[in-house]
Design a protein around this ligand. Structure first.
Ligand code: AMP
Length: 621
């Protein structure tokens, strides 16, 4: 079957060979991946081995920029002009990072001209985190273009689940600046779960444990019908493999009675012990089972056993477990509710980390995909979905217009508000307005106006077979599931009888951006008149309910009411009915109040009488 991929948002036809790449823009390292012969792969450097691009930039005196391994080497020799951890600054104000300035070896400054978002000073130039990230993205773009021998213009970029809108927007902007059209910003844990194929139909609750060089995140995801919902996240923005290295360095310094200052005084020594500690950590984490590591630097001899290493890092690992407990508590789940635990980040290679996490969750962890690459590989899979190679899709990641249903009187009841991130799901409960009502019409609309007649109808269906019950008793749950491609599934279910009905509709299909904009402008311009119309309709609906209730009341309680009371109730009901036909909301409310005030004592009396009847014939022992 030939597939033509139409980008429904732009209305353009995408070429078959239009490759969309997946990018993991990390704090320490970044990677780019794509689908090759149906399999996700990360792009390597010229040696063909290394897939990681250190997220480090070096600016030389002529303003030239180096990115990656070459820049990382300058961290020691030229720290002032070498920038790392830019991701920590994305979308942040100077206030956000105050107190942490010492963490960064370069100069962060306040930028009063730009709503106080931070800038970084390199020499006499100022760069925003967005610009700096764009250099890393450009490097990744060049890498994949060289590998594939074709230009690349579209990407999916991952971000931590806890990133807020401004951080996500900053990431998008960085992509744009690098010449990439960012089709989707995807949560890192979602990408990792995708790489492991955890989007099954039966639904899963997944924990994604991400321990990198400098940061730790735990995310609990609920995956159902292609919808990835982040139930909770927790973590530590300053905990990772670098802390393991530091623990080894401190241990070694003590072992040889060396003062901490030597590291800073003797740069060569500092560099050697840092690299040595990381090597020791990796060797002791190796599957080959090395139990002891030795290193000579100058006159010093350093040594550490696997047991010593594990004792050193144990408190750090326990901190990650504490975060897991908090994330579970926030999601109101127990460890037994988690079906899969996915390992992400280079530091999850440490056996003690894996063992502790597996023991805590009580099940083996998913670790057979390279933990450095798993997020980028998942992003490539998501990109391939968007490219239409797995489904043809609508490329939106927030829903541009509200979605809701028509309620009594033609009112729009919003179930998913505009600008909600998708995929998403939401549900509301409704009931019937007539006694014995067997069917309920569910009409679905899209738009911002209060009255459905001004919005766009997406479709309707009828929930049939509701067992006869008095009005107001059935509990009808109407759930909207909006998937990542803008496809809306609506399910109506009567909860007392389990009668249910489901339909699928395309939410934005056929709407251009201009049309969406027009619908929005329309809603703003008509806001006042819409509000008035809504108030009138709401008063009418309430009045109709009161009329029905009053009529029922007279019939059911005729025995305890006087002639006069019945006549007066009827007369007030008639009065209210007259106002309902008119357009005067205040008159309706006044007539409704008159009827309510008059019938209230009667209702009390009826209640007492009913209780007496119920007690009769029952023996109190
Ligand atoms: P990431 O930020 O995910 O790239 O993770 C980088 C961290 O993983 C660094 O602290 C590395 O030292 C650490 N790491 C990478 N490989 C290993 C390994 N084989 N054993 C232990 N730690 C590792």
């Amino acid at each position: 079957m030939a597939l033509i991929n139409i980008n429904l948002k732009s209305g353009t036809v995408e070429k078959q060979n239009d490759i969309i790449v997946g990018i993991d823009l990390g704090t320490t390292n970044s990677l780019v991946a794509y689908i090759n012969d149906g399999q996700p792969v990360c792009v390597t450097d010229a040696t063909g081995k290394n897939t990681l691009v250190p997220s480090v930039l070096h600016f030389n005196t002529e303003g030239g920029v180096l990115v990656g391994d070459a820049a990382k080497e300058k961290l020691i020799t030229d720290p002032q002009n070498t920038i790392y951890s830019v991701k920590r600054l994305m979308g942040k104000s100077y206030k956000d990072v105050s107190g942490f300035e010492n963490y960064f070896g370069y100069t962060i400054i306040d930028a009063p001209d730009e709503e106080s978002l931070v800038k970084i000073r390199v020499g006499d130039k100022f760069y925003t985190p967005v610009e700096l990230s764009s250099f890393i993205l450009k490097e990744l773009k060049t890498r994949i273009e060289t590998t594939l021998g074709q230009p690349i213009a579209k990407a999916v970029i991952t971000v931590p689940a806890y990133f807020n809108d401004s951080q996500r927007q900053a990431t998008r902007d960085a992509g744009k600046l690098a010449g990439l059209d960012v089709l989707r910003i995807v949560n890192e844990p979602t990408a990792a779960a995708l790489a492991y194929g955890l989007n099954t139909e039966r639904g899963e609750t997944v924990a994604v444990f991400d321990l990198g060089g400098g940061t730790f995140d735990i995310s609990i995801l609920q995956i159902q019908d292609g919808i990835f919902e982040v139930l909770s996240t927790h973590g530590d923005t300053f905990l990772g493999g670098d802390d393991f290295d530091r623990a080894i360095i401190d241990f070694w310094l003590q072992q040889n009675n060396i003062s901490n200052e030597l590291i800073f005084k003797d740069k060569e020594f500092g560099q050697a012990i840092r690299l040595g500690a990381e090597k020791a950590k990796k060797a002791l984490s190796d599957e080959l089972g090395i139990r002891n590591y030795e290193l000579r630097i100058g006159q010093y001899m350093f040594q550490i056993t696997k047991a010593e290493f594990e004792r050193l890092i144990s408190p750090l690992v326990e901190r990650t477990i504490d975060s897991c407990k908090k994330a579970l508590a926030d999601a109101k789940l127990q460890t037994a509710d988690i079906q899969a635990v996915v390992m992400v980040g280079g530091s999850t290679r440490v056996p003690l980390v894996k063992e502790r996490v597996a023991a805590f969750f009580g099940k083996p962890v998913y670790d057979n995909i390279n933990p450095d690459e798993v997020v980028a590989l998942g992003a490539a899979i998501q990109a391939d979905v968007l490219a239409g190679n797995q489904r043809d899709v609508l490329l939106i990641d927030i829903t541009p217009l509200s979605l809701g249903i028509e309620t009594v009187g033609g009112l729009m009841d919003v179930i998913i508000a505009r600008n909600s991130k998708i995929p998403t799901k939401a549900a509301r409960q409704y009931t019937t307005s007539v006694d014995g009502q067997k069917n309920l019409k569910v009409a679905v609309y899209q738009g911002e106006r209060d009255l459905v007649q001004h919005n766009r109808k997406l479709g309707e269906f009828v929930l049939r077979g509701i067992p006869p019950m008095p009005a107001g008793l059935p509990k009808i749950d109407i759930a909207f599931y909006l998937d990542a491609d803008g496809i809306l599934r609506v399910k109506a279910k009567e909860l007392r009888s389990n009668v249910e009905q489901e339909v699928t509709m395309k939410s934005s299909y056929g709407l251009s951006e201009e049309e969406m904009a027009l619908m929005l402008i329309d809603s703003i311009q008509n806001a006042e008149s819409d509000m008035k119309a809504r108030a009138l309709l709401e008063a009418r609906n309430e009045a109709n309910n009161v009329i029905l209730a009053a009529e029922k009341f007279i019939v059911q309680n005729a025995a305890i009411l006087s002639e006069e009371e019945i006549e007066e109730t009827k007369s007030l009901t008639k009065q209210l009915r007259k106002t309902v036909i008119g357009d005067d909301k205040d008159a309706i409310n006044a007539a409704m109040a008159d009827l309510n005030v008059y019938t209230e004592p009667l209702a009390h009396r009826a209640l007492d009488a009913n209780i007496m009847t119920a007690m009769k014939g029952k023996q109190v022992v």
